[in-house]
Design a protein around this ligand. Structure first.
Ligand code: PDD
Length: 277
């Protein structure tokens, strides 16, 4: 339906409590990318907040494909949000009996990713900030206030992402995972409650292994981040983007690095093959 006809109750628990989860799923040339992995993570997020998955995998797939078709196909992403619905009164505890969950999905355009223009992209600037979030960052919760504040601080300082530091270790970006390259070895933090298990992150690790690029999943200290030869950020809408300035200083020689360029080629090849481009 047209966006301005969509209606959600002000008593929706997503609005009152941020009691819900979300997914962002890219589609290229109308083909959903890594849909199985996104549906797995949706299931894990719903289970973590004790909300029954309202649709089967088949029904989610049909819904997303219909949305893509009705929005003209092409390179778009699906934003999906599922909340615990609207109860008659505001109460922190779950409604008894449960009410119907609210499902909202829409599409948006994907801007041309950096990996598609490896020789001309300048990369992006990032800053480091204290990770002020809670300790269940593995749940793809719509409660994003800390992420919003940290991203805004990055933007206010002329950067496009904040890379977050907790107890001396870098965790992830405000809306991305990150990688460093040091002496040719690609490193990204291991999955834990402190980061979102990014679908793009997993794919990059998979591609590195497949192509024999040295890759390790291990903790990255703030000092290792700052002295890295290359830093990348990854997400479903940005794919893999080189960070070329950190806290106002150039990283490496201030240009996208050779390991990133190689990975960008593998990523684009993988995407093209999967989506029949
Ligand atoms: N964000 N970490 C955080 C905190 C994120 O919000 C995201 C993605 C990622 C990367 O995950 P993936 O590769 O599965 O997209 C990591 C989405 C894109 C968003 O909020 O718009």
């Amino acid at each position: 339906m047209p966006l301005d006809e969509a209606r959600i109750s002000p008593l929706d628990r997503g609005f009152l409590f941020a009691d819900g989860v979300y997914e962002v799923i890219p589609a290229y040339a109308g083909t959903l990318f890594r849909l199985g992995e996104h549906l797995d993570r949706l299931g894990a997020s719903l289970a973590a907040i004790e909300l029954a998955n309202p649709l089967s995998r088949t029904d989610w797939t049909a819904l997303f494909n219909a949305l893509i078709e009705q929005n003209g196909g092409g390179n778009i992403y699906i934003y999906l949000q599922v909340t615990r619905g609207a109860a008659a009164k505001r109460d922190h505890a779950f409604p008894v009996p449960p009410v119907a969950p609210t499902i909202f999905a829409m599409t948006g355009q994907i801007a041309t990713p950096a990996a598609d223009m490896p020789d001309t992209t300048p990369g992006v600037a990032a800053i480091t900030l204290d990770d002020i979030r809670w300790s269940r960052c593995d749940i793809k919760s719509v409660a994003l206030l800390a992420n919003v504040l940290m991203r805004q601080q990055a933007v206010s300082e002329g950067a496009s992402e904040a890379i977050l530091i907790r107890d001396g270790f870098a965790t992830e970006g405000s809306a991305s995972n990150f990688f460093i390259v040091k002496q040719g070895v690609i490193v990204t933090p291991p999955k834990s409650h402190l980061i979102l298990p990014g679908i793009t992150r997993d794919l990059l690790v998979e591609l590195a292994r497949k192509h024999g690029m040295p890759v390790e999943e291990k903790e990255v200290t703030e000092a290792e981040l700052k002295s890295a030869d290359e830093v990348w950020i990854s997400s479903s809408t940005r794919e893999v983007v080189p960070v070329t300035r950190l806290n106002g200083h150039p990283l490496g020689d201030g240009r996208p690095g050779p390991v990133w360029k190689q990975m960008a080629r593998y990523y684009v090849d993988f995407k093209r093959a999967l989506c029949g481009l």
